[in-house]
Design a protein around this ligand. Structure first.
Ligand SMILES: Nc1ncnc2c1ncn2[C@@H]1O[C@H](COP(=O)(O)OP(=O)(O)O)[C@@H](O)[C@H]1O
Ligand SMILES: Cc1cn([C@H]2C[C@H](O)[C@@H](COP(=O)(O)O)O2)c(=O)[nH]c1=O
Ligand SMILES: [Zn+2]
Length: 206
C-alpha cells in the first residue's frame, strides 16, 4: 500500500505563438473551477495586447487575472487557501519566477504556466529552459504553418512583411500584425549566424 501522496507540482504549456497555449491554460483553469479549487491567475503587465488585466487568447477566450510587473508580486495575492497558481506569458517574467514556481510547488500548490519556448530567432526564450527542466509535466503544442500548412513550431516576426533581423530586440509585444506561426523549414531570420555552426557538420568535420 502507498501512503497518501503530497500535492504540488509544476505544469508547463509551451510552443510557438498561436499554438493554443492560452486556450489550454484557460481550459485547465475552467476544469479546476468545476472542481471548486481556489485559483489565482497572473500575467505580466507588459502584455496589454487584448486587455490590461485579463488573460485573453487570440480567438477571444478570457479569464480574470492580475497583471503584475515582477514575479514576486504573486505573493501579494496569495491567500493561505489558494490551491492553484496559473501564469500566462511566463517567458516575460524575471529569473525569480522559476524559484517562485519551484517554492510554490514545494508548498503543495499546483502551478500551471504557459509561455513561448522560443523567441523569433528560434532560440530558447529567457527562463523557459529552466522552467521546462524543473516541471513535472510539459505540454508542447503546435500551430499551423502559415506558409505550407505543416505543424508550426516556430514564430516568424515580420517587419513590413519581411523577416525581422537577428539583432532586433527580443521583446516586442504583438499579435498577427507582426507575428505568424511557421514550421522550421519556412521560418526565416535575417542575418542569423547559423552557417558558422552548420558548415563543419555539412563537411563531415564535426
Ligand atoms: N497559424 C495558426 N495555427 C493555429 N491557430 C491559429 C493560427 N493563427 C491563429 N490561430 C488562432 O489562435 C488560437 C490560439 O490562440 P492562443 O491560445 O491565444 O495561442 P497562444 O497562446 O499559443 O499564442 C487558435 O484557436 C486559432 O483560433
Ligand atoms: C516570438 C516572440 C514573441 N514575443 C511576444 C509577442 C506576444 O506579445 C507574446 C507571445 O504571445 P502568445 O500568447 O504566445 O501568442 O510574446 C516577443 O516579445 N518576442 C518574440 O521573440
Ligand atoms: Zn512551413
Amino acid at each position: 500500500m502507498y501512503q497518501q501522496y503530497r500535492e504540488g507540482w509544476i505544469e508547463v504549456i509551451t510552443g510557438c505563438m498561436f499554438a493554443g497555449k492560452t486556450e489550454e491554460l484557460i481550459r485547465r483553469i475552467n476544469v479546476l473551477e468545476y472542481a471548486k479549487k481556489k485559483i489565482v491567475v497572473f500575467k505580466p503587465k507588459i502584455d496589454d495586447r487584448y486587455d490590461e488585466n485579463d488573460v485573453v487568447s487570440h480567438a477571444g477566450k478570457s479569464v480574470k487575472s492580475y497583471a503584475i510587473s515582477k514575479a514576486r508580486e504573486i505573493f501579494d495575492y496569495l491567500e493561505e487557501d489558494v490551491e492553484v497558481i496559473a501564469i500566462d506569458e511566463v517567458q516575460f517574467f524575471d529569473d525569480e519566477v522559476v524559484d517562485i514556481c519551484d517554492y510554490l510547488a514545494d508548498q503543495g500548490k499546483r502551478v500551471m504556466v504557459a509561455g513561448l519556448d522560443m523567441d523569433f530567432r528560434g532560440e530558447p526564450f529567457s527562463i523557459m529552459p529552466r522552467l521546462i527542466t524543473i516541471a513535472e509535466f510539459v505540454t508542447k503544442l503546435t500551430a499551423v504553418c502559415m506558409k505550407c500548412g505543416a505543424p508550426a513550431t516556430r514564430t516568424q516576426r515580420l517587419v513590413n512583411g519581411q523577416p525581422s533581423h537577428y539583432d532586433d530586440p527580443i521583446v516586442q509585444v504583438g499579435a498577427s500584425e507582426s507575428y505568424e506561426a511557421r514550421c522550421r523549414h519556412c521560418h526565416e531570420v535575417a542575418g542569423k549566424p547559423s552557417e558558422k555552426y552548420c558548415r563543419p557538420i555539412k563537411e563531415g568535420k564535426a
